[in-house]
Design a protein around this ligand. Structure first.
Ligand SMILES: Cc1ncc(COP(=O)(O)O)c(C=O)c1O
Length: 359
């Protein structure tokens, strides 16, 4: 792939954020973006890195009417020795391929995905924040264009990547969050598109999330759509429940996102001697575990949220504290071990991290 680069003059570059400690999530964007188009008869063409700028889009484009859209989320980290690291980017490339297939879209080739991420991040390396807990969030996105109404897959596609220097995903930081267990609205259903990283899943989640936020909760914990009984996941995280030295996480049933952090936590926990069960876990089992004391901790896992301790669950008019609303030892151990690998501060026995350049 030959990437055309449209340079921005030095004096026209944006000023960097002033306080990396106040970045929050997804508020600031860098100078450049990557774009590439799929055109019938031509394939993937026009790979380009140019200024971050609004798109011009045909009002009849498929994405605007029928939501043919998928995306990914990964991060670039700076190691203490100045290397720029990506965490398992090939897994994001793979998941984006599967999401495209599920949404009947032209998949973006995995090798192009990795190449374009690396080229853009290296060009934008001055934006990677160095303060603890910060990173450069990478958002590859694929949308269906083509200008014709009537429900059909698009004939043309746009792939793009934008970058955002980020801090903590939740205002709580690495502190316990509160979850509202939603037992009316559902996010996704088996046979639907829950396991694809497509915008519609998130649109479907907004109303319940807004309702939960109004009541003061950090996030919604979703239950399965058929029986309203089994735990699925949180808005942007997979869930883990800790029973002493055993971790239980909902199995990949087709309606939850196959999280890359989830897969990594499973492997990491097993290597540390924890027993891990991937299986359906009902909200009743969770509540009973909390009441009886066998469920000792709970946490969510995701690229944006990393490992996020859960301090309470609100279910059917009752609030249940988890580990007395404190960060537990197991959650802290897994968080520290994972983050140290991601930031190149500890050995990487699983070969998860890829160095793509240096500052
Ligand atoms: C719905 C949902 N579940 C789980 C996750 C965690 O996935 P990952 O660990 O790959 O970031 C995400 C975040 O991408 C998500 O949006």
């Amino acid at each position: 792939m030959q990437i055309q680069i449209e340079k921005i003059l030095d004096n026209e570059l944006k000023p960097l954020y002033s306080d990396p400690g106040k970045l929050g999530f997804g508020q600031v964007f860098t100078d450049y973006m990557f774009t590439m188009r799929f055109q019938p008869g031509k394939g993937w063409v026009e790979s380009k890195i140019g200024p971050y700028t609004p798109f011009e889009i045909n009002p009849a484009a498929v994405v605007l009417h029928y939501s043919q859209e998928i995306f990914e989320g990964l991060k670039a980290y700076v190691a203490p020795d100045g290397r720029i690291l990506l965490f398992r980017p090939e897994q994001n490339a793979k998941r984006m391929y599967s999401s495209a297939k599920r949404m009947c879209m032209e998949p973006f080739p995995e090798e192009y995905f990795l190449e374009s991420v690396k080229a853009l991040v290296n060009l934008e390396k001055r934006w990677i924040p160095k303060a603890p807990g910060t990173s450069l969030y990478i958002r590859p996105t694929l949308v269906g264009l083509g200008a014709a109404l009537g429900v059909h897959p698009a004939s043309e596609y746009l792939f793009f990547i934008i970058l955002s220097p980020v801090g903590a995903y939740y205002k709580e930081g690495f502190n316990p969050i509160s979850l509202y267990v939603e037992d009316f609205y559902t996010r996704a259903v088996i046979g639907g598109v829950g396991e694809a990283k497509t915008g519609g899943n998130y649109a479907a989640s907004l109303m319940a999330a807004a309702k939960a936020a109004e009541k003061g909760f950090t996030q919604v914990l979703w239950l399965d759509a058929r029986e309203n009984k089994y735990v699925e996941e949180v808005g942007s995280m997979n869930m883990f429940f800790v029973f002493g030295r055993k971790l239980v996480t909902p199995n990949l049933n087709g309606s939850i996102l196959p999280g890359i952090t989830r897969a990594s936590v499973i492997q990491l926990a097993q290597s540390l001697g924890y027993q891990v069960e991937e299986r359906p876990i009902s909200i009743d089992e969770v509540v009973e575990g909390l009441q009886g004391g066998s469920l000792t901790e709970a946490f969510g896992s995701g690229t944006a949220a990393v490992i996020s301790p859960v301090g309470s669950l609100y279910f059917r008019d009752k609030n249940y504290l988890v580990n007395n609303n404190q960060v537990g030892d197991v959650t802290r151990e897994l968080y520290t071990k994972l983050v140290d690998i991601q930031y190149g501060k500890a050995a990487d026995p699983f070969a998860w991290v890829q160095a793509i350049g240096a500052l």
